[in-house]
Write a protein that binds this ligand. Sequence first.
Ligand code: DC
Length: 225
Amino acid sequence: MASINTCPVITVDGPSGVGKGTLSQYLTCKTQFHLLDSGAIYRALAYGAVKQNLDVQDVPALVALAESLPVEFVATSILFDGEDVTSSVRTEEVAAVASKVAAIPEVRVALLERQQAFAKSPGLVADGRDMGTVVFPDAEVKLFLTASAEIRAERRVKQLKNQGVSANIGQIIQDIKERDERDSNRSTSPLKPADDAVVIDTSDLNIEQVCQRAEQILRDKRLLP
Ligand code: DC
């Protein structure tokens, strides 16, 4: 479904662990735009589904939950029915369920308008998988980040180590590949760059370099001075 944006929208798409979240936060800070973390919406849905013991194949129940999803974003926290689930939605278990429920076309439709409603003045940075292709096809700037599964797994292990959690890199690579496979091969909104997206391969770049590159693109589009 095409949408006419009422304000400038910058989309940041790509697979998990590629640095979209950090880049999106950086761009939000630079532009003072709003932020949509669409993955957090799918994770909140997965969290709710696990909590309510829903079968990941029970489409009507998942759609009903998606339509009335009690998720709120307050500052940097994610609330589910008033409960702070900021860390709970970040677990690998919730991520795996999120990837499964996100593959259901009816669930994606049920969440579409809710995501589009984030586009408000002065503008929006939208982080996800299909921001540039489906949710905001008219976005001013579309960025698509890539990096190999191995490099993303190494980054994830480092992140977990910093949180004091030990991790098995082989298992993480396998999980990432499985999730990529599901996200890229689903029939609705598969993970792929929009035709007019700028693709940034972050494999050999650090996050500062990725941010600088994106910032220059925004300057070229006059979204930053
Ligand atoms: O970006 P993330 O890891 O928080 O996303 C969690 C899951 O949600 C991931 O498996 C892909 C899915 N997702 C999606 O299908 N579409 C989006 N726009 C964002 C996330």
